[in-house]
Design a protein around this ligand. Structure first.
Ligand SMILES: [Zn+2]
Length: 191
């Protein structure tokens, strides 16, 4: 709830966009996700849904975000405990500007040290960019392939769509999201 309010306040989840998830059990896999079409700035605990490893709703009866396959893919491939997805202006703009390169570099930024395992601003972080697809299962397979190719990635961008960030738990995922949105914002304003 706090994450939704924070993301809304910063303009990262406008017009009910964006979605969040958190793993509540690994065996069997159970993940709490935000419902489709909800205002992320006004989420109530009752609105959250629990899904299984296939994205099937366990309860309560409601429609989860159609991007759940992407969340589950990141949980599986990266061992993430939480996945946060935003539609910020900077992520949208940069994902279009750098689409031809299929990614962008974040470098020479002190804020890089907010990313897990990064100890110096001299770290170079590659953020892959994928083409956006409304066929979410196909998009999830493309995302999985990118994560196989870039196992050290902390985030990915979807072209003209937004940012996916994750972490071992919600706290780490939020730290990553805030740092990445900050760095993308800097980059967007520089060019
Ligand atoms: Zn989205």
């Amino acid at each position: 709830m706090r994450i939704g309010a924070l993301a809304a306040q910063r303009g990262w989840v406008m017009a009910t966009s964006g979605n969040f998830s958190a793993v509540i059990s690994t065996a069997p896999l159970r993940v709490v996700v935000t419902p489709s079409g909800a205002d992320k700035g006004a989420l109530s605990p009752e609105a959250l849904l629990e899904v299984d490893e296939h994205g099937a709703v366990i309860g309560p009866p409601a429609t989860p975000s159609d991007e759940v396959p992407l969340h589950l893919g990141i949980v599986r491939r990266q061992g993430a405990g939480a996945v946060l997805h935003t539609h910020s202006r900077a992520a949208t703009l940069l994902s279009r500007r750098h689409a031809a390169a299929h990614g962008l570099w974040l470098e020479d930024l002190e804020m890089l040290k907010a990313l897990k395992g990064v100890r110096s601003h001299q770290h170079r972080e590659w953020v892959p960019i994928l083409d956006n697809l409304q066929d979410r299962p196909t998009l999830a397979r493309a995302l999985d392939q990118v994560l196989v190719e870039h196992p050290g990635a902390h985030a990915v961008l979807l072209r003209g769509h937004g940012l996916y960030a994750w972490g071992a738990d919600l706290r780490e995922a939020l730290r990553h999201l805030e740092a990445l949105e900050f760095m993308l914002d800097v980059l967007a304003q520089e060019a």
